[in-house]
Design a protein around this ligand. Sequence first.
Ligand SMILES: C[S@@+](CC[C@H](N)C(=O)[O-])C[C@H]1O[C@@H](n2cnc3c(N)ncnc32)[C@H](O)[C@@H]1O
Length: 255
Amino acid sequence: MDETHSYDIVGNIAIIEVPEGADEKLMANEIMKNKNIITVVKKLSAREGVFRTRQLEVVAGKQNLETIHTEHGMKYKLDVGKVYFSPREGEERQKIADKIRNDETVLVMFAGIGAYAIAITKKKPQSKVYAVEINSDAYEYMRTNIRLNRVDALVYPLKGDVRIVCKGMDGKFDRVVMPYPAGAHEFLDIAIGCLKKNGFIHFYTISKEGEEDAGKELLGKEANKLGRKTVNVESRKVLPYAPRMWKRCVEAQIV
Ligand SMILES: C[S@@+](CC[C@H](N)C(=O)[O-])C[C@H]1O[C@@H](n2cnc3c(N)ncnc32)[C@H](O)[C@@H]1O
């Protein structure tokens, strides 16, 4: 068996999943041969709750869960136990940043430590991004990361529940990004309301194999309820979520 078979690296921390019967110390020691890794933690739970964090335990190296992760030249400081962050989504962030026209006003709901918002403004410096996050720890890291990446003038961090924070933002945005696959569907009414006529939405959702169109249909229904319509709708696979389940991104214009 390959004892190092699959793990994520966030900054200088390796996050491992220990298969039943595997020797976690052996796995950790193999990984620690990489001199860039100073801590190995194992997952004790799946992602849980509104914050989408998981329980972790240090199995080797320094007792420290805070690190700085580098992605496409940007730096993200975070505590892997207190906030959501996935290094696997780096390419997806670039994909979204590529789609943005320079001078758009963008709302990133569920902004976490600010990785989508910062990636967008780094690539499209004439855009303005409002980034809303409910987890106080993630929000504080987002503020730190905005400074670290020198985009203070372009990203406006907002703390709280999007349902409350985005009240009164009707028709203000060219684009809304909803990177919360497990829960974004509950906030489509707010997101659609925030969009200008012909604005763009990126709605992340989870779909089972054979039900790939469910996200498109839900978005269409929610738009209709608000007297609006989806056009140019696409749904693409982003990453695997669980056996026969995928994170997908449903993209559309709302007229
Ligand atoms: C799956 S994580 C994604 C974080 C970030 N977008 C990223 O990709 O790194 C979802 C985030 O949404 C936040 N969240 C959940 N419900 C929220 C709400 N009602 N209002 C604002 N943020 C919320 C969570 O705290 C969490 O940080």
